[in-house]
Design a protein around this ligand. Structure first.
Ligand code: ADP
Length: 405
């Protein structure tokens, strides 16, 4: 079926209108429905009532003239393509109309059926494409707007994440500073207390010893016993105070980190513990040990405490002790493995606390400071210390030393 093209022609000159009418009637290719109006007013009324495929527009109408004619038509019927019909001497207005959205212009007197048809066909197609393009552009703009809104929202959310994070960080660093300050205060207190207590304690200890020496047997037997308790007490207190001082010195009396050859540390420790090793017939071996960056005298103390304990807390069998070393990515892992009395796992954490021990002084001597010192040393070297053990089945004390402290 041939599509009928609906044309609205604005033309007040009956001659010109008649020519156009003839041309469209002559067409062999298309069928046309031509509606002719003579005034802008009539044309606008029709455009408001129905739609047309093309508008042919003479710019000089009785009630409107010049470029305004085009603008008025375009206002009510933006989607309909417009071809301007113009006289020979007023082509520049037609060109202006084309610039403002008209599809084409035809000069009256130079038009024939073929030209008119070509122009109509071309104008309809071009307008279609323009409208599609416009829709596409509008859609694109809408999408861009939407995306921008979403982006804005995401940005705002991000700002609130970041703000929260900053607040938390601020709080954390405050807590940390507070913790550092109170830790330092505690260290100082422990140091001053243990240091300053030494002197009066020395007096108590030496004078009770003097009492014991001079007056033993001269007072009654109760007095001898009381003096003995006083001497014991004073001596024990001296031990505790000394240990506390040693504990606080792990933080207050530190040396520069340097290269420390652990093979040498191990051999020196064996030398220091020689009497105890010989007495217990202990056999102590080690993997080959690395050189690490550490505080030399603290590492000596760490080895001494752990190997000393491994011998001291021996079982019935001959003590067999091994020091193992394993290289991790960021740290060294060391293990002191013994075949001694072992530890009930419920005490795994308690034994690292100051003055906490699991035995009577009479069975195993000591004050319970050794492992606390070990823990402090290891922490200062960026590591951890822990025990794996079973009562009666030996213990393994493991500790790590960071490579990058
Ligand atoms: P001390 O040796 O003076 O008691 P430590 O702090 O070195 O103090 O040890 C605390 C407690 O941990 C010890 O009293 C002991 O009960 C337990 N312990 C430590 N090392 C070992 C070990 N190698 N085997 C069994 N128990 C141990």
């Amino acid at each position: 079926m041939v599509k009928i093209i609906k044309i609205l022609l604005f033309e007040d000159n009956p001659g010109d209108a008649g020519l156009i009418e003839e041309m469209v009637n002559d067409s062999a290719n298309y069928s046309y429905e031509l509606v002719i109006v003579e005034t802008m007013e009539d044309g606008i009324d029709l455009l408001k009532m129905g739609s047309y495929d093309i508008i042919l527009l003479d710019l000089g109408l009785p009630d409107c003239d010049g470029i305004n004619t085009f603008l008025n038509v375009q206002k009510v019927s933006f989607e309909t393509p417009v071809i301007i019909l113009t006289g020979l001497n007023v082509e520049d207005i037609a060109v202006k109309a084309v610039k403002m959205g008209a599809q084409d212009y035809l000069t009256k007197g130079n038009v024939d059926t073929e030209l008119l048809e070509r122009s109509i066909k071309y104008s309809i197609e071009r307008k279609k494409v323009q409208i599609e393009l416009q829709k596409y552009r509008d859609n694109l703009e809408e999408q861009v707007e939407k995306r921008t809104e979403e982006l804005d929202k995401a940005n705002k959310r991000l700002k609130i994440e970041i703000e929260d994070h900053k607040q938390t960080e601020l709080k954390l660093s405050k807590y940390l500073a507070e913790l550092k300050r109170s830790n330092k205060e505690l260290q100082q207190f422990a140091y001053v207390a243990s240091h300053d207590l030494q002197e009066p304690l020395r007096m108590v200890a030496s004078f009770t010893q003097l009492l014991a020496k001079r007056y033993k047997g001269q007072l009654d037997s109760d007095a001898d016993e009381f003096i003995k308790f006083a001497v014991d007490g004073a001596q024990r207190m001296q031990l505790l105070i000394n240990d506390l001082l040693a504990y606080s010195r792990v933080s207050s009396r530190v040396e520069e980190f340097q290269l420390v050859d652990l093979e040498k540390v191990f051999n020196d420790t064996l030398q220091n513990l020689k009497v105890s090793i010989d007495d217990n017939d202990a056999r102590i071996t080690s993997d080959s040990l690395p050189t690490i960056v550490a505080d030399q005298s603290q590492i000596n103390q760490l080895f001494q405490n752990l190997l000393g304990n491994a011998i001291k807390f021996r079982g019935d069998e001959t003590p067999v002790i091994h020091v193992a070393a394993e290289e991790g990515e960021d740290e060294w892992i060391f293990r002191v493995i013994d075949n001694g009395i072992g530890i009930d796992s419920q005490h795994n954490e308690r034994i690292f606390r100051v003055f906490q021990r699991l035995h009577e002084r009479e069975s195993y001597p000591g004050t319970g400071i050794g492992l606390s010192i070990c823990e402090k040393i290891v922490e200062r070297h960026g590591g951890d210390i822990w025990v794996d053990s079973k009562l009666g089945d030996g213990s393994t004390f493991s500790f790590t030393i960071s490579k990058y402290i």
